[in-house]
Structure formats: structure tokens, C-alpha cells
Design a protein around this ligand. Structure first.
Ligand code: SF4
Ligand code: SF4
Length: 299
């Protein structure tokens, strides 16, 4: 078990990540590279520095102060090479404009639980608890297990949002202490899945079936992404693979653009820039197709 992990956010009073009022703990690191990812700062299992152009006074102090030569300027933009950066903090502590921000902090289970337990009365009142999110909590499986065991010792309801991408023995060890699994299913076709996310889907679908076979409460969720999995054929086939895994329901998550600014701040390309977001009414036919195929699809 691992007592420490990298956390990039702890969000209190969430009502969209499982039942009741919850505290969501975002663990850093993800083995997938979804082209539409809304949390690109969560993908690496290490600290990452984000640069906010609006706050930068272009003094270039960060370039001189970095002991690892990880900071440079290109076309007037500050670029941080995350493969060189060790998160020492010199640049963001000394930045006069507060234009640099560190994403990801090493925390102990105790530190996380101290924050989570502050809202115990709200969990008890609303039927809420803790939700692990990311990134992908399976990228730090030992830390995730430690957090879930500590949560169960405190009688909390436990939930996780997951891509399901991990070796089955790793996945099994993490879900043991989970009451609810919000399980993303992104594409029914393995090649297409790889095109959009960087990995194939066989392991993911096998883990979905495994969790359901274990009697776990699993809610499959489909992020509906323009040009990736949004056709009626996709809806019918996604319904089919969810049924084959043993579920009869799924939640649809229409594509949104919440992550766009973050790509700029990280100095990365964003392939979904300017792609129009979906609204529920755009996906009625999609939802109805899934219902016709025997899956209770809802938003
Ligand atoms: S130190 Fe801060 S304000 Fe100065 S160039 Fe770097 S990011 Fe911009
Ligand atoms: S955190 Fe440290 S190593 Fe990373 S870019 Fe800033 S000064 Fe350089």
C-alpha cells in the first residue's frame, strides 16, 4: 500500500459525481490520451506547471531561475518542458505576475482524509461520501486502495470515476472497496477507441464485465464526442457492448468545451478547439436508439 500520492484537486460539495453531497479527490496520471480530455493537466503522474498568458508580465525571470533549463520562450509564450521539470517550485514562487501554477501536489492519505472528513455531516445528511476521480485513479492504484480503505474505516460511501484501463488484478484490488463505479465506455470498436484515446478497448470491456459479474454497482457512462462516437450506428453498438457486459443502463455525457483554456496554459495542441459542444436535445435520437436496443440511457 502507498501512503502518498499526487493529487491535483480536492473538490468539495460536488453533487454530480455519485449520490448525495460528495468530496471528489482528483488523482494525477492517466494511461489514456483522449483527444477531447477536459483535464489535460491531469494526464501525467507528476507535477506540471501551467502558464497564464493574461497574468504574465513577460519579465522572463522564470527562464533564468529554473535550475533544470525547463523554461523557454517561443513566439512570446512561456513554454515549460514537463519532461525536464521536477516541480521544485522556484519559477512559480518567484513569478511576479503569479502567472505560473503548479498542478499536482504530493499528499498523504491522512492529509486527504482530514479534508474529506470535514464534511461528514453533509455526507450523513445527503447519502454522499467520497469520489475518486482524475486523471485516472487506476494510475496510482496503491494510493487509491489506501484512500478507499481509510474511507471505509470511516464508514463513508465510496465511488470512483474510471476509464477501467488497468490489468484485471489491479482493477480488482481497487474496486474491492468501492460502493459505486462510474465506468466510462468510449467506443465499441477497438481500433476507433485507440484512435481517439491512444489505447484499445478490450481490457476496458473485460473489466466492465468483471465488475458487473462481481455484483458491483456499476453505471456505464458514454462521453458523446462529435465525429468520434456520435452516430446512430455508434449508439446501437455501444448499447450492444454494454448489454454484453451485463448492464441495462448508461448515462450519456454530452461533449463540452470546459478544458479548452487549459491546453493553451500547458502549451499543448488541442484537436477539439472550436468544435461545437453538444446539448441534451441534440442527442435525443441517440438516446432513443440506445433505449430501443434495451439500454436505459439517460442524461
Ligand atoms: S516569471 Fe512569471 S511574469 Fe515573468 S515571464 Fe515568467 S511567467 Fe511571465
Ligand atoms: S518548477 Fe522548478 S524545474 Fe520546474 S520549471 Fe519551475 S523552476 Fe524549473
Amino acid at each position: 500500500m502507498n501512503d502518498r500520492g499526487i493529487v491535483f484537486n480536492i473538490q468539495k460539495f460536488s453533487v454530480n459525481d455519485g449520490p448525495g453531497i460528495r468530496t471528489v479527490v482528483f488523482l494525477k496520471g492517466c494511461p489514456l490520451r483522449c483527444k477531447w480530455c477536459a483535464n489535460p493537466e491531469s494526464q501525467l503522474v507528476r507535477a506540471e506547471i501551467m502558464w497564464d498568458e493574461k497574468k504574465c508580465v513577460h519579465c522572463r525571470h522564470c527562464i533564468g531561475v529554473c535550475p533544470l533549463q525547463a523554461v523557454s520562450v517561443r513566439d512570446g509564450k512561456i513554454i515549460i518542458d514537463s519532461s525536464k521539470c521536477d516541480g521544485c517550485g522556484k519559477c512559480f514562487h518567484e513569478c511576479p505576475g503569479k502567472a505560473l501554477k503548479n498542478e499536482g501536489e504530493l499528499k498523504t492519505v491522512r492529509e486527504v482524509m482530514d479534508t474529506v472528513m470535514q464534511d461528514l455531516p453533509f455526507y450523513e445528511e445527503s447519502g454522499g461520501g467520497i469520489t475518486l476521480s482524475g486523471g485516472e485513479m487506476l494510475a496510482q492504484p496503491e494510493f487509491a486502495v489506501s484512500l478507499l480503505i481509510a474511507s471505509k474505516e470511516n464508514n463513508l460511501h465510496t465511488c470512483a470515476e474510471t476509464t477501467g484501463f488497468a490489468k484485471q488484478e489491479v482493477f480488482a484490488s481497487v474496486i474491492e472497496n468501492l460502493d459505486l463505479i462510474l465506468f466510462d465506455v468510449k467506443h465499441w470498436n477497438s481500433e476507433k477507441h485507440k484512435e481517439g484515446t491512444g489505447v484499445n478497448n478490450e481490457l476496458i470491456l473485460a473489466n466492465l464485465k468483471y465488475a458487473i459479474d462481481q455484483g458491483k454497482d456499476v453505471l456505464p457512462r458514454i462521453p458523446v464526442i462529435p465525429g468520434f462516437n456520435d452516430s446512430i450506428e455508434d449508439a446501437a453498438n455501444l448499447a450492444r457492448v454494454i448489454k454484453e457486459a451485463g448492464s441495462t443502463k448508461c448515462q450519456l455525457l454530452p461533449f463540452h468545451q470546459f478544458g479548452e483554456n487549459k491546453y493553451e496554459q500547458l502549451g499543448r495542441e488541442y484537436s477539439y478547439k472550436d468544435v461545437t459542444a453538444y446539448h441534451r436535445e441534440d442527442l435525443e435520437e441517440y438516446r432513443q436508439t440506445m433505449i430501443d436496443c434495451g439500454i436505459n440511457a439517460f442524461f
